[in-house]
Design a binder for this molecule. Structure first.
Ligand code: DGL
Length: 271
């Protein structure tokens, strides 16, 4: 069991923020990643459509007999919170990003004012706020949907000096700055790719919590405590699948993971 791969998926390159952290924390794990680039973005679609896509993504990863599936997508995680999807599943451990992320944000805030940014579907679901209130009812939560962040990331507009990204971030984040949040949840896994821009706009005093990194830390804790961590001594393999052009995806992989070593990229169909 411990030598099986970890399955990770997202609508596109967002989940690579989870993969990057996983490879740092658990370099000996094999990882199979699916980015559904043919259908990105998920966050502007209906709950039924997102749930249908998520089922297909999960079924694709289950074919590889993985030991764990990480839903490295805030949008899917928020939709699945209210839907039992896994009743017939053979995979033991699933996790979405909401609870690991919210736990880290509640521990980080000093003034009890947390901002949440995410896709329209995630913000509409109110899932981060609900999860925060379950842990701490004294925290105030301020949310903002940032739909244009995902296309910026998918097209590589992530540099801290990128004027377009900066202008859009200023427009989206103005209200959260006014509310003086001291902690900001990047509730969509694409957004940590824009961390430099978001941090420049929010100011140094605001702690950014990456949903991608938090789910990776959760995976590490779970695998170690469950005796399921890989025991091999060599570096794990990273097998990436995308559902659209391999070329654009490969470029993004190199930009976001910083290397192509030990990585294979292929196109697949999840239907
Ligand atoms: N990375 C995703 C998320 O965490 C999805 C973005 C999208 O497809 O709209 O929400």
């Amino acid at each position: 069991m411990s030598e099986l791969a970890i399955g990770v998926f997202d609508s596109g390159v967002g989940g690579l923020t989870c993969v990057k952290e996983l490879t740092k924390l658990m370099p000996h794990e094999d990882i199979i990643y699916l980015g559904d680039t043919a259908r990105v973005p998920y966050g502007t679609k209906s709950v039924d459509t997102i749930a249908k896509y998520a089922r297909e993504d999960i079924a694709f990863l289950e074919r590889f007999n993985v030991k764990m599936i990480l839903i490295a997508c805030g949008t899917v995680s928020s939709v699945l919170m209210s839907r039992p999807l896994f009743e017939d599943s053979s995979v033991g451990v699933y996790s979405g990003v909401i609870y690991p992320t919210v736990t880290a944000a509640c521990a980080a805030t000093r003034n009890n004012r947390i901002g949440v940014i995410g896709t329209p579907a995630t913000v509409r679901s109110g899932c981060y706020g609900k999860a925060i209130r379950e842990i701490r009812s004294d925290i105030r939560v301020f949310s903002k949907a940032c739909p244009m962040f995902v296309p910026l990331v998918e097209n590589g507009y992530t540099d801290v000096d990128n004027k377009v990204a900066r202008l859009i971030a200023e427009e989206y984040l103005e209200g959260l700055k006014r509310e003086q949040v001291d902690t900001l949840i990047l509730g969509c896994t694409h957004y940590p790719h824009l961390e430099g821009v978001i941090s420049a706009v929010m100011g140094e005093g605001v702690k950014l919590i990456s949903s991608g990194a938090e789910i990776a830390k959760y995976a590490e804790r779970t695998l170690i405590s469950g005796g399921m961590a890989a025991q091999r001594t060599e570096r794990g393999k990273l097998t990436l699948y995308c559902t659209d052009s391999e070329e654009l995806f490969s470029e993004n992989v190199e930009t976001f993971l910083g290397s192509r070593e030990n990585i294979t990229v292929s196109t697949c169909s999840v239907k």
